[in-house]
Design a protein around this ligand. Structure first.
Ligand code: NAG
Ligand code: NAG
Ligand code: NAG
Ligand code: NAG
Ligand code: NAG
Length: 416
């Protein structure tokens, strides 16, 4: 029996498929915009940034609710709760209407996006799909004792085998889904959250500099934090922060946050320069992103930093830990390679554009290792604009597919 080889070849096949599936090939906002009956659902996909997450995946099924069915959620719960409820409607497998009626044994549990967020305890992120008598298909939470309270009503759109959009008549509610605490409770102790996540040094700097208040002031409209972990501050590449002026420390810390909600899916699909809280004029103190598979890398123009963990994602607040201190060229442009201690700027010139913060306006110096314009091009995916990225997919998909078919054929023949 050659079963082990078969399994490893199949595993390789699936990992290649997983790699291929991170490529963007649809725009869910556009798909639903053609159907005004889903306008409320569509608006919530945008507000919660789930649209970006959906666009960054393929081989998925989205269960949509029309405006009537959406009324039981819309406006009745915090955005973070609605995001969880809608995440449970993003199935990480492709089901078109035919496949719904061909489920083996008539019932199956399928993974959803909610399961991947870390917010779903146990199997609460799974959905039960059951082919009922009389051609009806029921959906319910996988939690034991749950009823199949939602039913399939009609097909909306299929792009085989990238995305299938199906309408159901009611939300799928897993136990505890709607009673999760509001994010205000979760973020009321921002420094406590950061300390628990291994970002104690960063939390301490936020408090001693007073920048914590700037972070807190934007929580309602949206906040994204890139918190370097304690290891990052011990890195040899980190300049001596005690040589910075107070204003520069403020800029550095403000550089680690955005006044908007940008969860991982949005960073994955981002193609633009992103303004930070330190941005005080066009092109100043911004960052760019690149992706590699499921990984997101932040580029400052000096050195890249990997997005490590999502500490908290509670719309409209998201906190990530990162494995490097983000060094803006505006402060560290002259720091060459691992040489510590930038030249302290003695006479800050006032910024012509009135920034939101008391930022030290040191003259921007040319970036050293990495320029913001060219930085994303060092990454294979997510760097090129979407047109050329799509073109690349169109060219590479058939050959990848051929390779996979060959592998599977080999696997099957070896096992026989
Ligand atoms: C998706 O479509 C919407 C509506 O047409 C449009 O506003 C948006 O820019 C599109 N998004 C992308 C990433 O192309
Ligand atoms: C799905 O739910 C139905 C009804 O509760 C149950 O009979 C069935 O066993 C469940 N399916 C799975 C795969 O757990
Ligand atoms: C997904 O969409 C892309 C681009 O439209 C297409 O090339 C590909 O064949 C589709 N199917 C799969 C399985 O990726
Ligand atoms: C914040 O959280 C930390 C760590 O969990 C805890 O030590 C601290 O007492 C909390 N502060 C408040 C005001 O709740
Ligand atoms: C970089 O070095 C040059 C020459 O030594 C100096 O004039 C400039 O102010 C420095 N820039 C920064 C941001 O320190």
């Amino acid at each position: 029996m050659a079963a082990p080889q078969t399994f490893s070849l199949l595993a390789l096949t699936f990992s290649l498929l997983a790699l291929a599936s991170t490529v963007r090939c649809h725009n869910i906002t556009q798909i639903l915009a053609d159907n005004p009956e889903y306008s409320s659902f569509n608006s919530y996909l945008s507000q919660t940034k789930l649209a970006d997450e959906i666009n960054s995946r393929s081989t998925i099924t989205l269960l949509v609710l029309n405006n009537g069915a959406m009324a039981s959620l819309a406006g009745k719960h915090p955005l973070s709760v609605i995001k969880n409820a809608l995440s449970l409607l993003v199935l990480l497998d492709y089901y078109d209407p035919q496949k719904l009626h061909k489920i083996s044994d008539g019932t199956v549990l399928t993974t959803t996006l909610y399961q991947t967020t870390g917010n779903a305890p146990g199997n609460l992120g799974f959905v039960n799909i059951t082919d009922l008598k009389g051609g009806k298909v029921g959906f319910g939470s996988a939690a034991s004792g749950s009823k199949l309270d939602s039913s399939y009503t009609k097909s909306v759109k299929q792009i085989p085998y990238n995305i299938s959009v199906l309408e159901i008549d009611a939300p799928i509610i897993s136990p505890g889904l709607l009673t999760a605490p509001a994010p205000s409770a979760a973020v009321s102790n921002l420094t406590g959250l950061l300390e628990k996540a291994g970002c104690k040094t960063f939390a301490g700097l936020l408090v001693s500099s007073g920048v914590l208040k700037t972070y807190e002031s934007t929580i309602e409209k949206g906040l994204t934090v890139f918190a370097p972990n304690d290891e990052a501050f011990k890195d040899d590449d980190v300049p001596d922060l005690t040589k910075l002026t107070q204003a520069e420390v403020v800029s550095l810390l403000e550089y680690h946050a955005l006044a908007e909600y940008k969860p991982k899916g949005s960073l994955k699909t981002n193609k633009n320069k992103i303004s930070t809280l330190a941005t005080n004029g066009a092109g100043k103190y911004d960052i760019t992103t690149s992706t590699s598979g499921d990984e997101v890398v932040l580029h400052t123009g000096i050195a890249p930093s990997r997005l490590a963990d999502t500490v908290l994602d509670a719309t409209p607040v998201v906190i990530f830990s990162v494995d490097k201190v983000l060094l803006p060229p505006e402060l560290f442009g002259n720091a060459t390679s691992p040489a510590p201690a930038p030249a302290p700027v003695t006479a800050p010139t006032p910024s012509p554009a009135e920034g939101p913060s008391p930022t030290a306006a040191s003259p921007p110096a040319p970036p050293t290792d990495e320029s913001p314009e060219s930085s994303p091009s060092d990454s294979p995916v997510g760097s090129a604009n979407s047109k050329s990225a799509n073109a690349a997919v169109a060219v590479s998909s058939p050959s990848l597919f051929t390779a996979l078919v060959t592998l599977v054929a080999v696997a099957v023949s070896v096992s026989l």
